[in-house]
Ligand binder design. Structure first.
Ligand SMILES: NC(=O)c1ccc[n+]([C@@H]2O[C@H](COP(=O)([O-])OP(=O)(O)OC[C@H]3O[C@@H](n4cnc5c(N)ncnc54)[C@H](OP(=O)(O)O)[C@@H]3O)[C@@H](O)[C@H]2O)c1
Length: 249
């Protein structure tokens, strides 16, 4: 009997098919799980999953939101999403931009023009929370534009078509990590945007992260809490922040 060879061939083929299936299932699990959304929860796409994106996105996962974290190298996010559990997934920037009903961008400011350009169709009309700060030594000439035009107008220009809300830019990720969900009075963050519904959605997500939102005004008012502004670097309660920014209590 000379059967062993075909049988080995068959087994090898079956093994290869099984392995390919398992690999594909893995890929689709990484990019595609957490598709269903519980009532009151939003699908959130995080663009830039470093210190601030990873921290705030993690707080949203803990609040029950499905979050897709993205990177130009999504494989490197495996341990982050594994730690956060089944509501967290990882994908490319394009996948996260498509996944999120709400988007959170936390990348070096100089990357915004490219992100806005490459994902123009996917981000159009979506609520976009923007935590990016412009730092001349890192981001180059765009920091001058921010200084001149204000950060709200500049972000909106490069993230065209989004319902932009500035949020989570004023403090270190380590403070957010440590102080989120602390006992009252909670830590507060200033937010600002031109679209009232988008600001309300952003305020709800700030609360879900365990922090008090303080609405400072329109995008033009985001200048008041960009780097160098009076609201920047203030690790204080909502009442104290309103006082510092002369807002009505
Ligand atoms: N760190 C803070 O405490 C803090 C607080 C408030 C605001 N911010 C602001 O938030 C932004 C992010 O700061 P961070 O400290 O979180 O930085 P980070 O830890 O270096 O993370 C930034 C992420 O952006 C991604 N990225 C870089 N260039 C990109 C591009 N061209 N396209 C897509 N993704 C890109 C990188 O992901 P891959 O390389 O994996 O693609 C990286 O993981 C900055 O604007 C910063 O000023 C930071």
């Amino acid at each position: 009997m000379t059967r062993p060879v075909p049988s080995v061939r068959f087994d090898r083929r079956r093994l290869l098919v099984t392995m390919a299936g398992a690999w594909l299932a893995g890929v689709f699990t990484i990019a595609g799980r957490a598709q269903s959304t519980a009532p009151g929860k939003s699908k959130i796409g995080v663009i830039g999953s470093g210190r601030i994106g990873g921290t705030i996105g993690g707080l949203w996962v803990k609040a029950g939101h499905p979050v897709m974290f993205s990177s130009r190298h999504p494989d490197e996010l495996k341990s982050l999403v594994a730690e956060l559990g089944p509501l967290a997934s990882a994908g490319t920037v394009a996948q996260a931009a498509a996944f999120g009903d709400v988007l959170f961008v936390a990348v070096p400011y100089g990357a915004l023009p490219q992100i806005g350009r490459e994902n123009a169709a996917a981000i159009k009309g979506k609520v976009m929370l923007d935590a990016c700060n412009a730092v001349a030594s890192r981001d180059g000439a765009i920091a001058d534009e921010v200084e001149h035009d204000g950060i709200g107008a500049t972000s909106q220009k490069y993230l065209a078509g989004t319902r932009l809300v500035r949020a989570f830019n004023t403090m270190s990720y380590a403070i957010f990590q440590r102080e989120a969900h602390r006992a009252d009075p909670k830590l507060a963050v200033p937010i600002a945007g031109d679209d009232a519904d988008a600001v309300a959605i952003a305020a709800g997500l700030v609360r879900d992260a365990g922090i008090d939102p303080v609405v400072v005004g329109k995008l033009a008012d985001a200048r008041r809490f960009q780097r160098g502004g009076p609201g920047y670097g203030q690790s204080v309660s909502a009442a104290e922040l309103k006082q510092k920014l002369s807002l009505t209590p």
